[in-house]
Design a protein around this ligand. Sequence first.
Ligand SMILES: O=C(O)CCC(=O)C(=O)O
Ligand SMILES: [Fe+2]
Length: 287
Amino acid sequence: MLASSDWRPVEPDLETILGNFSDPLRELSQAEIPAIIFRQIYNPAQFPDLINRLTNMGLMRPYSNNEELPSQSNENQQDRRTRIDIGTSLGNLGNNKELFFQHAATTHFLFKFLFEGLSNPIDIIYEALSDLAVDKQVEVAREPNGQLYGPAIFRIHYTSHAYKPHIDHVTLRENRTNYAVHRFKHQFAGVLCVQNADSTENSTQAILHHCLWTPKIQPHITNDTFHDYATKNQIERCQIDLEPGDLYFFNTSCIHEVPAVEGNVPRIVLAVFIGYSEDDDKIYVWS
Ligand SMILES: O=C(O)CCC(=O)C(=O)O
Ligand SMILES: [Fe+2]
């Protein structure tokens, strides 16, 4: 294993990444590196149009970056969600398999026309992943009967939204053995930054801990004591500072967190989950 002070992401482009690691996803699966970062892989000048489109279609709540005005006139009907998903989340909808796949079909329909006139950010994520995948085929996850999972998900995080230290794993965390994606030993996430929470000061950014989940770690997650545990055990941490248009991949079995969003400008990402096994020639992607 590398000395912990060497636990740094590999970046900024494919050439450098492959120049450093012949099989970067394998390195990620072993948590030898915290993340793989592609800088400015998507032209961020397109995001304001995309965000306007999402807002005008009623898919996300409008916001203002200079006033406190509520966005809806009727107080009682105010939408107070601190996270809005545009897409189909297995974590949130997976308890009802039939509804989950119906919802995913609608997401595929939406994403067919949503990006018209812009470059398709989902394609960009899949292409980057394919470039990293040595001898493996990258596909939208599907059940043996052909039902497709959602291909990617926008997550709009409004003020106060935080992800406490956690992992994401369909088997280790969610125990969803009734879904085909559970066959993959390792799970990664890919996250494209669409908008930072605050463009003027230090904005909310994800933090990865050099600590793969084990049953021994779980009580620290459940009891909210992971930070104490990390300090006592001198666990290295790595903040992934992103600008709109940057994409990072990380191993979601490493404990990770995103501190609370502050201010009126929501943090917006386009995210995927990824299933990877060394001995499987497919890489499945879902949301
Ligand atoms: O938004 C992020 O950067 C990471 C969110 C997260 O915890 C995840 O995708 O598993
Ligand atoms: Fe996560």
